[in-house]
Design a protein around this ligand. Structure first.
Ligand SMILES: NC(=O)c1ccc[n+]([C@@H]2O[C@H](COP(=O)([O-])OP(=O)(O)OC[C@H]3O[C@@H](n4cnc5c(N)ncnc54)[C@H](O)[C@@H]3O)[C@@H](O)[C@H]2O)c1
Length: 338
């Protein structure tokens, strides 16, 4: 269905917040183009379709009946992912699923198995893999300058954003809780930089904004790895002032230390031979373009999917175990929930 040399026809399911980033990226691309959108809110779909000059539908069934749609980006709330993902793949379309791949390890594996059985590209929106700083950190690790990574710390704390968060995010039945909603981004980066999957997780969380909150707006996940390496992933969406944003990325290797602090202009690598600065543009402007270019190339069969589906499944495994750790107050072995 996907022909070499022609732009990939993309349909978007769910035109809420994150769909805007995908649509903005598609407008700048030559390898893929937006051909259709759909939303349960048919008026919203029609409005977006008018602006984007594409077809607009009120249901996924209608979107999948459109032959111009060769690949689909699912941008709907987390609890819909498994069923919609299976529907898109069963209809023979390549799939870019927004994170998390599914709410359960079993669900993630069902979607992955369907894509595999049908020979379709399945990518998951771990967009942080495509930021300038993430790519620079991976490049420094690959250069060998800091030796073998032994410890990673990923801190992404943010200002108080309620009521901006949709009601479904605040309901753990619908979002999966903070480990699955935002935590999967950090888990994915930590495993990617350490270079192996995590084997254990211990999590602590707070309901900092209000005791009435059912998800942990402040969450710390401690990760263990089979090699003995370890990691800390810290995420919040409950800080004041509302505009607060704090990012800190650290990788400690056997030969040096890599860090990107919130006020740095780039990534710094400390080794015995000195200090190296890696300038990166932290604006994130190319993040979604890179993600979609990688997906389009995979849909055309030119490259493997990035990040691999196994990494997205692993992120769900660890996040589900993290939520179990929060409930049970103990260290969870990864795989025990799968
Ligand atoms: N990669 C990232 O950095 C990032 C950032 C934010 C959100 N996300 C993910 O993107 C997804 C969407 O989040 P959002 O903040 O855009 O949500 P949102 O609530 O703003 O938008 C979701 C849209 O989907 C529509 N919808 C719901 N069910 C549907 C269905 N069955 N068929 C068609 N449309 C349906 C809703 O009407 C709404 O317009 C979530 O999975 C979230 O985890 C990813």
């Amino acid at each position: 269905m996907t022909e070499q040399g022609t732009p990939l026809g993309v349909g978007i399911v769910g035109v809420g917040g994150i769909a805007l980033s995908h649509m903005a990226a598609l407008r700048t691309m030559t390898g893929a183009r937006l051909v259709a959108v759909c939303d349960l809110d048919a008026d919203r779909a029609a409005e977006v379709a008018h602006t984007e000059r594409c077809a607009g539908y009120g249901s996924v069934d209608e979107l999948l009946a459109d032959d111009a749609v060769e690949a689909v980006i699912v941008c709907t709330p987390n609890m819909t992912h498994e069923a919609l993902g299976l529907q898109v793949l069963t209809a023979g379309r390549h799939l870019l699923m927004e994170k998390p791949l599914a709410l359960t390890p079993e669900g993630a594996r069902r979607v992955a198995a369907e894509a595999d059985a049908r020979g379709l590209a399945l990518a998951v929106g771990h967009s942080h893999r495509f930021t300038d700083q993430s790519l620079a950190i991976r490049e420094v690790i690959d250069s060998g300058d800091i030796g073998t990574p032994r410890f990673v710390r990923v801190v992404m704390n943010g200002g108080w954003i309620w009521p901006g968060w949709q009601a479904w995010v605040l309901d753990p039945e619908l979002s999966g809780g903070h480990s699955l909603h935002n935590g999967v981004h950090l888990i994915d980066l930590a495993s990617w930089w350490i270079g192996e999957p995590a084997t254990s997780v211990f999590s602590v969380g707070q309901h900092a904004t209000s005791e009435a909150l059912q998800i942990h707006d402040y969450l710390v996940m401690g990760l263990g790895f089979a090699s003995g390496a370890s990691g800390v992933c810290e995420i919040s969406r409950g800080e004041l002032p509302r505009s607060a944003g704090y990012l800190e990325l650290t990788v400690v290797g056997t030969e040096g230390v890599l860090s990107r602090s919130w006020d740095a202009e780039g990534v710094l690598a400390w080794t015995d031979t000195g200090l190296t600065a890696w300038g990166v543009d932290g604006s994130g402007g190319r993040t979604f373009v890179r993600e979609l270019e990688a997906f389009a190339a995979a849909a055309r069969g030119e490259v493997e999917v990035v990040p691999p589906v196994s990494a997205a499944i692993h992120a769900v495994d660890v996040a589900a175990a993290s939520e179990a750790s929060l409930r049970e107050g103990r260290t969870m072995t990864i795989g025990a929930t799968a």
